[in-house]
Design a protein around this ligand. Structure first.
Ligand code: NAD
Length: 365
């Protein structure tokens, strides 16, 4: 069956890293006998310049008509003074909401070749490989009532059974596939809302008896991620806690140019790098394509259940980094500085090499 992908390059380095993604997609389609159709549409500032809006009905419809959305990045200084609803970034919020993308997934996986670049000690970080499942469309960021006056400010943390159940199923499924525990991170010692999360998580757990479920308070989790990150496999948490923890988890393992993400709903999946449009380096061939390439690896894992193919991509990137190839953002003395397109080509060649060495290919399907 042909999978339809809408590609939204966006602004700044978005089109450059999307070009890497397209090259990788063509290679993957050939190698693993997958069939994609790719439709490219404008979003963000590029769309505003052409159509006067950062997200046209046509782009939105193309997303509705596809299974997967691959996004580069949006934004830039030339659009900063526009009213809020015309700013490039407003397109992202509208897109996530329209497609019902309620789960955000951010991996914390360390490339062995980058161990020495982390702010953590190598022996603490080595072997770290976990994912944070953050609820994205509910909780305190959206709860009513909200507001402030001269004397008080207030927000409301509210979660429905359905909101917790649907993300819990996704997180338990991932934990089962990864053959490791699921840690529910909350503040159940003070928040009734967190106690409710625990109640629902225990109910959903009944469907996944092989997965170990444990709990951790969010303050402790923040400490444990930097103290002993290897202990985690899947972290499941609410919107605000996930917002904070996924940044900590991402940054202990690499630079901004290397962090991918997935946002999943019931009907759609969107994959994008964590970084923005990096206007300071746009058009110079300096963008690190690894975050975008890893976003494609996440697509294989979460939309195609091709975990092995995804691992091959990670292994190839690790090998290439070990050989010393680096874009400028992660370059250090003694390594080899290459451009976006060069690094993409080197990684794709290495994926071929890893597949040959491990004699894997078509049988992955
Ligand atoms: P940024 O992520 O674009 O850049 C921060 C720094 O990291 C810059 O020095 C940049 O050169 C560097 N960097 C980022 N990605 C890189 C990559 N792949 N390779 C090499 N270096 C990389 O964040 P910012 O500067 O705060 O924001 C720039 C614009 O991007 C703003 O308009 C912001 O609103 C937007 N933004 C968009 C998204 C998104 O589209 N999801 C996310 C964050 C920021």
């Amino acid at each position: 069956m042909k999978t339809s992908i809408t590609l939204l390059p966006g602004d700044g380095i978005g089109p450059e890293v999307c070009e890497s993604a397209i090259k990788l997609l063509h290679f993957i389609a050939d190698k693993f006998n997958l069939s994609f159709s790719v439709t490219e549409k404008s979003i963000g500032g590029a769309s505003y310049d052409k159509f006067g809006t950062p997200l046209t009905e046509e782009t939105l419809q193309a997303c509705y008509d596809s299974d997967i959305i691959l996004l580069g990045a949006v934004g830039g200084p030339q659009w900063e003074d526009l009213p809020h609803h015309l700013k490039p970034e407003s397109a992202l919020l509208k897109l996530r909401k329209s497609l019902g993308l309620f789960t955000n997934i951010r991996p914390a996986k360390v490339f062995s070749s980058m161990l020495s670049s982390s702010s953590l000690k190598e022996d603490v970080l080595e072997g770290t490989d976990f994912v944070v499942f953050r609820e994205l469309t509910g909780g305190i960021y959206f709860g009513e009532p909200r507001g402030y006056d001269d004397n008080k400010g207030f927000n409301t943390m509210v979660y429905t059974r359905e909101e917790i159940e649907r993300i819990s199923h996704q997180a338990f499924k991932a934990a089962a596939e990864r053959k490791g525990p699921l840690t529910l991170v909350d503040k159940a010692n003070v928040l009734e809302c967190s106690q409710f999360w625990r109640k629902i998580a225990v109910e959903v757990h009944n469907d996944y008896p092989d997965v170990e479920l444990n709990y951790m308070y969010v303050d402790n989790a923040a400490m444990q991620i930097v103290k002993n990150p290897r202990q985690f496999n899947v972290i499941l948490t609410s919107n605000m806690f996930g917002d904070i923890l996924s940044d900590i988890a991402g940054m202990i393992t690499g630079s901004l140019g290397m962090l991918p993400s997935a946002s999943l709903g019931s009907d759609y999946a969107l994959y994008e790098p964590v970084h923005g449009s990096a206007p300071d380096i746009a058009g110079e061939g300096k963008a690190n394509p690894i975050a975008m390439i890893c976003s494609v690896a996440m697509m294989l894992e979460y939309s195609f259940q091709m975990n092995q193919a995804s691992s091959v991509i990670y292994k190839a990137i690790d090998n290439v980094l070990k050989e010393g190839y680096r874009t400028e953002d992660i370059y250090s003395e003694g390594t080899k500085k290459v451009s976006t397109t060069e690094l993409t080509k080197i990684i794709i060649n290495e994926i071929e090499e890893v597949c040959n060495q491990e004699a894997i290919g078509l049988f992955l399907l």
